[in-house]
Ligand binder design. Sequence first.
Ligand code: GLA
Length: 390
Amino acid sequence: MIPDEAVSEGFRAQFGVLPELLAHAPGRVNLIGDHTDYNGGFVLPVAIEREIRIAARIRGDRVIRLYSGNFSSEVTIEVDRPKIAQGRERWGNYPMGIVAEFEARGVRVPGMEACLVGDVPGGAGLSSSAALEIAMAVLLNEASGAKLSRRELALLGQAAEHGPYVGVQCGIMDQYISAMAREGSALLIDCHTLDARQVPISPAACGILIINSNKRRGLVTSEYNQRRREAEEGLRLLKELSGGSYPSLRFVPADDYARHAEALPEVIRRRVRHVLTENALVLEFAEAIESGDMERAGSRMYASHVSLRDDYETSCEELDFVVECCKKLPAVYGCRITGGGFGGCAVALVRPGEEPAIEALLTSEYARRFGVEPGFIRTRAAGCAAVQRI
Ligand code: GLA
């Protein structure tokens, strides 16, 4: 976690005065339920103890000067004349998208100076972009007096990601958990109704261990958007074949799928099967956690990995290897790829206190196989984004 003083000091060093607003928003790790959110299904993420923090001061005009301590780069957003940032300033497109979405909702965004710093690893599947979007969203919500609800802020963050500045057709999970997480709990989110139920994850029952493959994710946007199109094609074909009127793949009854699966093109069939399998696994996993049955919960994580590996094809050799190694370790209840995929991280639930031994073992096995060491993040289920005036 980054202390408030560090970001305030960064602001002062950059702008020569003290900030008046401090905002922060967490990254997330998804315990189970990937590529289900944009199919109207279930997800079960937790916010992690890694976040983006922003210190800011309002100006009298409509210019936003944003300095990123991580990139050592400054972006200027002219609220009345926004333009897409290029090159080293590309990170500025996320806040720019948020500004544009507030304005599109009729909220007048004030100018400001802002300094941000984060410790969510970028490009690792831990939602550094959603953390940046939601940190910016809670900040502008306060600075403008817009008083949008947390749910509206999550939807606004998703819209920013869909829009011209970013262009990823993401689901709602990442922005939702960053805006609405509850400390000590995962959230079982129904991405159709946008209702959520807290599923307490006690550190006494299990540790949450994130294993970073350190494999740079390539082609994420194009592969991700393609998966989304394939799932939508599956829905369209199944409706046509069955005459059903399901609002999303989540509502396709198992019988309908079984009856018409053969008529679907092979790739589409596997994409649809993943969504149906994964939604069932999320609900079983949540029940298992709630009844304290860690072995059963873990088995659902392994099953989810297989579905993402074989049917949705979002895994990679490195993460398959991590999951296979974990399967051999009795101290690991379950492990799976997490998030959008195509590289990035796996998440494991482990016996409390066993993290050091598990990390040592995985490090040596992984390094022997791939010549690089994996990274690790131990986390508890963290709380949601917040903003304060100082
Ligand atoms: C990315 C997206 C989410 C979700 C996951 C996969 O993180 O932003 O909406 O689709 O991938 O579960």
